[in-house]
Design a protein around this ligand. Structure first.
Ligand code: DGL
Length: 269
């Protein structure tokens, strides 16, 4: 039995790691579309096509529930896939809502009208495609009023992480934080709106300063998945756990092992 976790590459491992800690008895089948990463510089149509094909693959391998552990795919493909209809017994969920519920101090599924919340100035760091979709602002507007969001498209960070060039990734994060601060000098909270960015969480926090509350998705998504599986225990699927990539398995395995600090072995899709 396995739950599918999808990302364009290695970023979704930050969600997988948290989900495995929260749900040690659940198996996960992780799918990294490394051959096509990064998604964040692609157009919405292309991201939709790639995401749909990977999610179908996971469904076909027996995963009834697939988590898009990728904000870029969630922004460009989730709503469209859900509106077009998913096969009976299958589900696909994204990663935006748990994060926005935490930011706006809401319980799971609280659909009451938008209201004022404590945080007023929010910095959003995400891929160019996620920023231009404005999906984050849309979801926030359903839940909160009076929140000023300044978005910074963090070009290059995902490529550097996928290549294992952490020195470049760090330099890029610092320069994106500087650029954000020129537009919003004193954010109260920062959203790491790409699942790759928690791998650089310390750099974000240092560059932003200790007074900025940094939100990332791993634990929030894991908690919300635990809640979902408690309400839908039959959605654990029939597949078996493991790691799949459309890229070069040895290369991807080395990077993943380095990030999670435990042996991870990817196989080709
Ligand atoms: N980890 C992804 C996200 O959360 C994807 C980034 C990319 O492929 O550009 O947006």
């Amino acid at each position: 039995m396995a739950v599918g976790i999808f990302d364009s590459g290695l970023g979704g491992l930050t969600v997988l790691n948290a989900a495995q800690k929260r749900l040690p008895d659940v198996d996960f089948l992780y799918f990294a579309d490394s051959a096509h990463a990064p998604y964040g510089v692609r157009d919405a149509e292309n991201i939709y096509d790639l995401t749909r094909s990977a999610v179908r693959d996971l469904w076909n391998r027996g995963c009834d529930l697939v988590i898009l552990a990728c904000n870029t795919a969630s922004a460009a493909a989730l709503r469209r896939m859900q509106e077009e209809g998913v096969p009976e017994g299958k589900r696909v969920l994204g990663v935006f809502v748990p994060l926005i519920e935490a930011l706006t101090e809401r319980e799971w599924g609280d659909n009451s009208p938008p209201r004022e919340v404590a945080v007023k100035h929010v910095a959003l760091f995400a891929t160019p495609a996620t920023v231009s979709s404005r999906a984050f602002q849309r979801e926030l507007a359903f839940r909160a009023i009076g929140v000023d969001v300044e978005a910074q498209a963090c070009g290059g960070v995902v490529d550097a992480i996928e290549d294992g060039d952490m020195i470049l990734a760090e330099a890029l994060v610092r320069s994106h934080v500087d650029a954000l601060k020129r537009k919003m000098p004193e954010p109260q909270a920062a959203i790491l709106g790409c699942t790759h960015y928690p791998l650089m969480a310390e750099t974000f926090q240092q560059a932003l300063g200790p007074d900025v509350q940094v939100f990332s998705q791993g634990d929030l998504v894991a908690e919300s998945l635990a809640d979902y599986l408690q309400r839908h225990p039959n959605m654990q699927g029939e597949g078996t756990g493991g790691f799949l990539t459309t890229g070069k398995p040895d290369f991807v395995s080395d990077r993943a092992t380095q990030f999670l600090r435990r042996q991870i072995t990817f196989e080709a899709t």
